[in-house]
Design a protein around this ligand. Structure first.
Ligand code: ADP
Length: 367
């Protein structure tokens, strides 16, 4: 069993930089956990502490049932794949993949078998006699993964392994890593700043900001039920639209109001918003929950927002519209058939069942 447990882990670098602040996180056996967050949020430091490459300042780390704070990296039964591949240039692919096993004095035949097996899984059998300089970026990445696989470690750690690849290759390697996880059934912890990678790879994702863990959940739950405004803005592309305004009561109905926006709150949300009446609040809505009124037959007038269209980004099957109400800008994602003009005044329908609300002071989620 290879669950990994971080208990109140912190890291303070020399100069009192608190890179990781009291993180508690349990990674299940065979789980694919993604640590995601903007650059500098402490993801790599967390991963490097799990690997044993960085000392833990405070807290306890367990791999399986073993307390490993003081166990050196080489004895933790983990394998790490780095962003820069870290291949030995003077060794062939075979030698690179075999190196760790040789150091551990595995029998020769066992080494040959394991390297061949890993090369087979990764489709790099033809490359075994080449040197890293004779490989493309994607091939080097496969070799780096192969070197980790041959060890059959308890836990795989990946530190932004795809960020040096071009977009197409990145998508392809992402699919391959997905298959690899299904095939190897090992515990994997993967660091990335790319929320698309996080969403597509993770069984669960752990969102970090400023060294602090914000939310740990399945990707769809992070997307649908973000814990705070930061998570709501970081996960999803384009990011969620935010509008700051007030909740007001008119003729017994509750509205969100600001400038040209006046939209009615649905009944199911009223109770949770009661404390925020006549106060500043932030409303969030994802671009896919905004529609062009022209294409909605029965739009309630209380859900409509008038805005001018500033930029149109055709993406093929869909179009992104950048809209401006005078006070707020927001993005709507509409069907590829919808072709407004730049500068045109539009009426947009907000799906008020799908909006989120955040406390303006704490930025925590209310709904
Ligand atoms: P991420 O992987 O999310 O980009 P890092 O874990 O690399 O973030 O860094 C987290 C914070 O710790 C950053 O502020 C970074 O500058 C700082 N940091 C990272 N490594 C060191 C180090 N060796 N010495 C001092 N500060 C460091």
């Amino acid at each position: 069993m290879a669950q990994v447990s971080l208990r109140n882990i912190s890291k303070v670098y020399a100069g009192a930089v608190k890179a990781v602040d009291n993180i508690s996180l349990g990674i299940e056996n065979k789980e694919f956990m993604v640590l995601v967050g903007p650059s500098g949020c402490g993801k790599s430091t967390t991963l490097r502490m799990i690997a044993g490459l960085e000392e833990i300042s405070e807290g306890k780390l367990y791999i399986g049932d073993r307390f490993v704070n003081d166990i050196p990296a080489k004895d933790r039964d983990i394998a790490m794949v780095f962003q820069n591949y870290a291949l030995y240039p003077h060794m062939t692919v075979f030698e690179n993949m075999a190196f760790g096993l040789k150091l551990r004095r595995y029998p020769k035949q066992e080494i040959v078998n394991r390297v061949n097996e890993a090369a087979d899984i990764l489709g790099i059998k033809k490359l075994l006699e080449r040197h890293p300089r004779e490989l493309s970026g994607g091939e080097r990445q496969r070799v780096a993964v192969g070197r980790a696989i041959v060890r059959k470690p308890l836990v795989f750690l990946f530190d932004e392994p795809l960020s040096n690849l071009d977009a197409k290759l990145r998508t392809q390697m992402r699919t391959e890593l997905h298959k690899l996880h299904a095939r190897l059934k090992s515990t994997m912890i993967y660091v990335t700043h790319d929320q698309v990678e996080a969403m597509t790879l993770g069984d669960r994702i752990a969102v970090m900001k400023d060294g602090i863990l914000q939310q740990v959940d399945a990707p769809v739950d992070v997307y649908d039920r973000p814990k705070n405004k930061f998570v709501a803005s970081f996960i999803g592309s384009p990011p969620m639209n935010f509008m700051s305004g007030r909740l007001i009561k008119k003729n017994g109905k509750i509205y969100f109001e600001e400038g040209r926006i006046l939209v009615k709150i649905v009944d199911s949300m009223k109770n949770k918003l009661a404390d925020f009446l006549n106060k500043e609040i932030i409303m969030g809505i994802r671009c896919e929950n905004i529609y062009d009124k022209l294409f909605v037959s029965d739009a309630p007038p209380e859900n409509i927002v008038k805005a001018s269209c500033e930029v149109i980004e055709p993406m093929g099957s869909e179009v992104y519209l950048y809209l401006n109400t005078g006070k707020h800008t927001f993005i709507a994602r509409v069907g590829g058939h919808d072709k407004p003009q730049v500068g045109q005044d539009m009426e947009l329908v907000f799906d008020m069942n799908k909006v989120h609300f955040f406390d303006k002071a704490t930025e925590e989620t209310i709904i």
